[in-house]
Write a new protein. Sequence first.
Length: 276
Amino acid sequence: MNKTLILIFKVIRLIVIIGLCFVIILPLYKMVIDSISNGVNYLVIPSGITLRSYEINIAQILDRHLLSHSLLLGCLCGIAEVIFASLSGYALVKLNGKVSNLIFYLYLTTLFLPLELMEVAYKYIFSNIPFLGIPLIGKKYSIIIFYLFGGGIKSGIFVYLFKSVYKNFDNELLEQSYIDGCSNIKTFFKVVLPNSLHAVIPTFLLTFIWVYNDTKMVNFFKIAYDDYELISVALANNRIRRGGTPTAFIMIFPLLVIYIITENYFFKPFKFDMCS
């Protein structure tokens, strides 16, 4: 009797797993089939296979530099986020007082505020208070400055990540760097930051992905379409002929390459002494 119940349970579990896999994989499979079929396809197996849509999409993306613009902007914003979050996390650990805790909690509150509410403040700051006399709305570099000063949607998460890393940082490395005559700035960039790659890589990669796929903040800063068009914005606004699934798969490819290169660095501590 027990063996029969166990067998029934295994069969039910297998059916559930297959059903979940079917629900998850079927839409992806249908997207692939639609992107390589000759015409509208309602069948599981396409009547004819062609890569014409991919050829057209790749030609448009390369000709208008859509992918290179998105990759460059994602990298610059990722670097800006790493600089802001790492410096903020390190400063909060070194201050280590009531003021530090208050600032840290203020960082975390940004995670619970809807983006639509924060846009009101962003619009006022970036429209009415120019940065060094330079208006930010409508400029290509505006979103980079936005991330450099902690404007990223998830900056609070990364500040928390770096604060947790630096809270348990090896003080022997710091003491050794000070003995070697390093200043605080040199110690941070040559000792502290290289030894926190397990926080740097996730911060950079996640920020890169959010910016790379983002359309809302790019439109908010009114980055011009003609001179600096991004692949995500072009896809969202139907500015790619025969776009859709082929463009989406083309967008995924750089993300997979970057993840494969950096996956070994995720949450893996390192130990360098580079202050010599």
